[in-house]
Write a protein that binds this ligand. Structure first.
Ligand SMILES: Cc1cc2nc3c(=O)[nH]c(=O)nc-3n(C[C@H](O)[C@H](O)[C@H](O)COP(=O)(O)OP(=O)(O)OC[C@H]3O[C@@H](n4cnc5c(N)ncnc54)[C@H](O)[C@@H]3O)c2cc1C
Length: 389
């Protein structure tokens, strides 16, 4: 019989949410186990844009981490994000006067490795390249069986295993809901021309059979990350083929085609989902809690999932400290975690659902933007100030 490894805390998944949970547990001097099916550096399909909570989370995790992030040679920082509602109307998002970074572009293969590289050798027992195959609640803990036959027995489990989380499916009994997630595809391009000055992030609302969000994020190696997507159920119901759609857009859209006249795609289109079901699904239960994509914490409108995921990891670690002190890992004890998440993200994520619903109606949304551009910019300025670094 194989040996059972016993631990107080086991984090499943070492993406940004799992890594942030581990870094915070380390700050609190709590030994833990962290497993991931991949070996790092590993890639993850993403737009590669880091905003708001990513900065806030890294600052909380430590000034040293934050300054190595700011100085990292593979990350590109910019102080401009422009959301184009149509060819003539746009909104600019700005940092407060004393700061000059609003977005950082970092390929996930580099950013996730950067975080994992900072995991503690003292407090974090790392087990990478080994996926979780089975997970089961027992009276005095949770049994986690890995693909190589190893078993971990933990008092509490953190589900940080992304959009297709096994912890969410098996322990929280959640089912995917295509109304509460987005489907996106993304690819790298080289030789893209006429990138807006100062590496501005270009985001466009594109109205086809349904609303699509189109992103161009420049990277430090001269490539750009191009992505497009929208609400999963609407894309499916309108029969949209995202690859065909984006290839047509970069060839024919009058605001975009000039950038791609001499551009070449590097690699292939890759797809992924972004769940935004927080508030509608189970994210806690006896002896487990979910963070990041597993908890459906991405912003429905602008799709920030890395930062919210990291911040949820920090909040999770603080709650785990309390559960360990009380020796109480029950669902009722973990309700505080859910309440803390609502306090941190509730208003913002609700607003993002509302904005997504409104944006589907092109003329109404355009009218609202034109009438309230100043208020929107002021409101976003306040959001950025409160939820950034
Ligand atoms: C096309 C696209 C573009 C996006 N663009 C942006 C963007 O620009 N900015 C932004 O903030 N967000 C963006 N997102 C969302 C963002 O990628 C996610 O919200 C973010 O990765 C969530 O982090 P996470 O740590 O919760 O999950 P993940 O990053 O998915 O990490 C989960 C980890 O769990 C591991 N894992 C999974 N299953 C198991 C298992 N059974 N056993 C062990 N390990 C397991 C995986 O290997 C992985 O390392 C985008 C998403 C997509 C699909």
């Amino acid at each position: 019989m194989s040996q059972v490894y016993k631990t107080d805390v086991c984090i499943i998944g070492a993406g940004p949410s799992g890594a942030a949970t581990s870094l915070m547990l380390t700050k609190l001097k709590i030994p833990h186990y962290i497993v991931d099916k991949s070996i790092f550096p590993r890639d993850k399909t993403c737009g590669d844009g880091l905003i708001l909570y990513a900065y806030k989370a890294m600052k909380i995790l430590g000034e040293e981490l934050f300054s190595s992030f700011l100085e990292h040679p593979k990350f590109l920082h910019s102080n401009k994000v422009r959301l184009h509602i149509n060819s003539n109307v746009h909104i600019d998002f700005k940092e407060s006067e004393n700061r000059n970074i609003i977005i950082t572009y970092a390929k996930r293969i580099d950013f996730d490795y950067f975080l994992v590289h900072h995991l503690s050798n003292t407090y974090a027992s790392k087990d990478f390249g080994n996926g979780v195959k089975e997970i089961e609640t027992k009276p005095d803990g949770i049994s986690i069986k890995l693909k190589n036959g190893k078993e971990i027995f933990s008092k509490i489990v953190v589900g940080a295993d992304g959009a297709k989380s096994i912890v969410s499916r098996k322990l929280a009994k959640n089912k995917l809901d295509s109304k509460l997630m987005s489907t996106f595809i993304s690819a790298y391009f080289k030789d893209v021309e006429n990138i807006p000055l100062e590496n501005e992030a270009e985001i466009r609302l594109i109205y086809k059979k349904t609303l699509l969000f189109f992103y161009i994020f420049p990277l430090i190696d001269g490539q750009v990350n191009v992505s497009i997507g929208g609400r999963s159920d609407l894309i499916k119901n309108s029969g949209i083929n995202l690859v065909a759609e984006i290839e047509d857009i970069i060839k024919t859209n009058k605001n975009i085609k000039n950038k791609f006249a001499n551009a070449t795609k590097v690699g292939s289109w890759r797809g992924g989902t972004i769940p935004f079901y927080f508030g509608n699904k189970n994210i806690i239960g006896d002896r487990f809690l979910l963070v990041g994509d597993a908890a459906g914490l991405a912003n429905a409108f602008y799709k920030e999932g890395v930062g919210t995921g990291m911040m949820s990891g920090i909040i999770a670690a603080k709650n785990i400290e309390r559960c360990l002190e009380d020796n109480n890992f029950s669902k009722s004890s973990l309700k505080k975690y859910e309440a803390d998440l609502h306090k941190e993200f509730g208003k913002l994520l609700k607003f993002s659902h509302f904005s997504l619903r409104m944006a589907r109606f092109k003329s109404i949304f355009l009218g609202i933007v034109i009438l309230s551009k100043k208020i929107i910019q002021l409101k976003s300025y306040k959001i950025i100030k409160k939820r950034s670094y």
